[in-house]
Design a protein around this ligand. Structure first.
Ligand code: GUN
Length: 291
């Protein structure tokens, strides 16, 4: 079967262009320019790379941004106080606390401290719950990006069987809710306790995988003509890679792709959409607070 490659890089570039135009319009009208703040604790290499990309993207669309760095020895109390300060800073429209955090700091307490209307990662309980409301506030960035890819490629979800593998709070769980609520799909959620995973994945019209285990989904687990969305991103090290490492998805792309109708590559599929969603959320947060 010939399949269509879902080009997340291109869609993300299109979205950035659309956002740049909106920023230019706001500027021309004398309205507030979106301002994203990024809180980074410690010096984790992968986090630094992600944050650098977020800063680059802010610059490319004309957003204002502020980097806030703290040593990994900062106390939870101090970090929470700082979050409160940013919550009350009228100039910052949206902010994120880059994860992971050092083990002495509670991710739950930090996340819940973020004001929901500035939570541009969409991580707070309020924003998680608002997915099933009529008017969602700020949607979790990764699943929002996946829904946007399906929408822009005109992939029908209504009445389809979507199988989501992985039930994490930042990807699988909210994605399942969005596919049900906005996508009107029939959704099956599989996770690490699922027995005989293949018996579920083989019945998927749309298979979405967010686990973080390279090679988990093999060709025999995919129905002929299925749509496959690979959300996993694992940094695999090895001398065969030019940079000494490479990003791998959860799907054995080479073997699976010929069986599909649409498939995302890794890298270049869902990954670039996460930042596009962050920018869309930041613009929306600005529009909500400074119409
Ligand atoms: N760490 C890895 N991905 C993300 C993300 O999307 N947001 C935050 N805050 N931290 C992350």
């Amino acid at each position: 079967m010939t399949y269509t490659l879902i080009d997340g890089k291109k869609v993300s570039a299109d979205i950035k262009n659309e956002i740049s135009q909106k920023v230019a319009e706001r500027k021309a009208q004398g309205r507030k320019i979106p301002h994203l703040a990024i809180i980074l604790v410690g010096d984790d290499g992968a986090s630094q790379t992600y944050v650098d990309n977020k800063v680059k993207s802010c610059k490319s669309v004309g957003f204002h941004y502020t980097m806030m760095r703290f040593a990994d020895t900062i106390s939870e109390e101090k970090l929470l106080k700082h979050i409160d300060h940013v919550n009350n800073d009228d100039d910052v429209d949206g902010f994120i606390v880059q994860l992971p955090l050092p083990p002495h700091i509670s991710v739950d307490r930090v996340t819940e401290k973020i004001r929901s209307d500035k939570d541009v990662d969409g991580f707070t309980n309020h924003n998680f719950g608002s997915i099933i409301s009529k008017n969602p506030l700020l949607m979790p960035a990764t699943p929002f990006g996946v829904m946007e890819l399906l929408r822009r490629y005109n992939i029908e979800t209504e009445g389809k069987h979507a199988v989501v593998v992985g039930a994490s709070r930042i990807a699988g769980a909210p994605l399942s809710m969005m596919l049900t609520e906005q996508g009107r799909a029939t959704v099956t959620i599989c996770h690490k306790f699922t027995k005989d995973l293949g018996s579920y994945t083989r019945s998927a019209d749309i298979l979405l995988v967010a686990v973080g285990k390279p090679g988990l989904i093999t060709a025999d687990m995919v129905k002929e003509g299925a749509v496959v969305i690979d959300i996993g991103t694992t940094r695999v090290e090895g001398p065969q890679y030019p940079k000494g490492w490479a990003i791998q998805g959860d799907v054995d792309f080479k073997a699976v792709a010929p069986k599909t109708s649409y498939i995302t590559p890794t890298p270049g599929g869902v990954g670039p959409m996460t930042i596009a969603s962050l920018l869309l959320n930041t613009l929306r947060a600005t529009e909500l607070q400074h119409p």
